[in-house]
Design a binder for this molecule. Structure first.
Ligand SMILES: [Zn+2]
Length: 147
């Protein structure tokens, strides 16, 4: 079982795919700020924590049904790389190294965007895990292991 996010959005100016996940999030390609908003961060954190119940941020299987799902699998990979690394307190440097080594092809403009979004998801996960009774003890066990 996995939790997918079905959301697609194209910039009305340049047709680039991105998610306007907060106020003042410009299109990563042309910089336009649109009216659309989609509350991606809490849902992404929830989906990642759901995976973690099986011991990994990366799901056993994943099909991509939308652009949000496409972003999620990159986010899961970065979270998992950080979880397995020795840099427990240093998420941003793990995320930075990860996006730097990806081949973005003609979507180089997505690099900073993905970096920013994954850092937000990571913050959200920390927030969720610090709330009492918000997550099962199984997830907390993995989180402790991670730290
Ligand atoms: Zn645009």
């Amino acid at each position: 079982m996995t939790k997918h996010i079905t959301y697609d959005h194209k910039c009305s100016g340049c047709q680039a795919l991105y998610i306007p996940y907060d106020d003042r999030i410009p299109c990563p390609k042309c910089g336009m700020i649109e009216k659309d908003r989609f509350d991606f961060i809490p849902q992404a954190a929830e989906s990642a924590l759901f995976n973690l119940k099986n011991g990994s941020f990366e799901p056993m299987g994943w099909w991509v049904s939308s652009y949000a799902d496409h972003l999620l699998i990159i986010i899961f990979s970065i979270l998992e790389e950080h979880r397995k690394s020795n840099e427990s307190g240093n998420f941003t440097s793990v995320a930075r190294a990860f996006v730097d080594k990806l081949d973005w092809k003609d979507q180089e403009y997505s690099k900073e965007y993905v970096y920013n979004i994954v850092c937000r998801v990571y913050e959200e996960i920390q927030k969720k895990l610090s709330e009492p009774d918000s997550q099962s003890t199984i997830v907390k066990k993995w989180w402790q292991f991670w730290k």
